[in-house]
Design a protein around this ligand. Structure first.
Ligand SMILES: CNc1ncnc2c1ncn2[C@@H]1O[C@H](COP(=O)(O)OP(=O)(O)OP(=O)(O)O)[C@@H](O)[C@H]1O
Length: 178
């Protein structure tokens, strides 16, 4: 078990024992214009979906360091302030390893948005997200972001990666255990 995993803080004994692989997911916000930067994934897992920027946390870095690194690799932006806003746990049918995704909002950043091999960035109105081209869970928890609430979400998905068979989503006062 990765010592950085926070899964043991989630009260769900069935799944606490599972191995969790750590990921980050960062959403750069342009608050003045009510916009968020998403990227169209050009290859690999989640190909052709819009999402925030992120990926696997490497063994040598903290989760927050991984978030900053993936953001710059995939969008060109260097985050100068980030806020941890959510924790997502994904359990795919027939996969013994759960995905543990640490979600961040980047309120300030430097640099210029660039397209990478992996992502094509595009700004969207925060109230008009392209949910039909995003992961099925995104439309469930994005309202928490809009309300400024921190959240924990557990989603069980079929092997088709599209069908949610069970979910447990709730607001939390703090993600201080992260
Ligand atoms: C199931 N519902 C989901 N809803 C919202 N976001 C999801 C997600 N499932 C995966 N994600 C995100 O997708 C990225 C995958 O990262 P992924 O490309 O696999 O990682 P990384 O860039 O390290 O991979 P390479 O091995 O270098 O290609 C990563 O941000 C992860 O949080």
């Amino acid at each position: 078990m990765d010592s950085r995993s926070v899964a043991h803080h989630i009260e769900d004994s069935d799944h606490q024992a599972m191995a969790h692989r750590l990921y980050t997911l960062v959403f750069p916000l342009d608050s003045d214009n009510n916009r968020v930067l998403l990227g169209l994934k050009k290859r690999g897992f989640g190909c052709n979906k819009f999402n925030g920027f992120g990926g696997k946390v490497e063994a040598t870095e903290t989760i927050a360091e991984g978030a900053v690194r993936e953001l710059v690799e995939e969008s060109g932006l260097v985050a100068t302030s980030m806020q941890n806003c959510g924790l997502l746990l994904f359990y795919f049918e027939n996969d013994p390893v759960a995905m543990e995704v640490h979600v961040y909002l980047a309120h300030t950043y430097e640099g210029t948005v660039i397209e990478s091999d992996e992502m094509r960035p595009q700004w969207f109105d925060i109230h008009d997200m392209p949910f039909s081209q995003m992961w099925a869970d995104d439309s469930r928890w994005w309202p928490f972001v809009l309300r400024g609430e921190k959240f924990v979400g557990q989603f069980w998905l079929k092997a088709d990666q599209a069908t949610i068979t069970r979910e447990h989503l709730y607001a939390v006062e703090s993600l201080g255990f992260v």
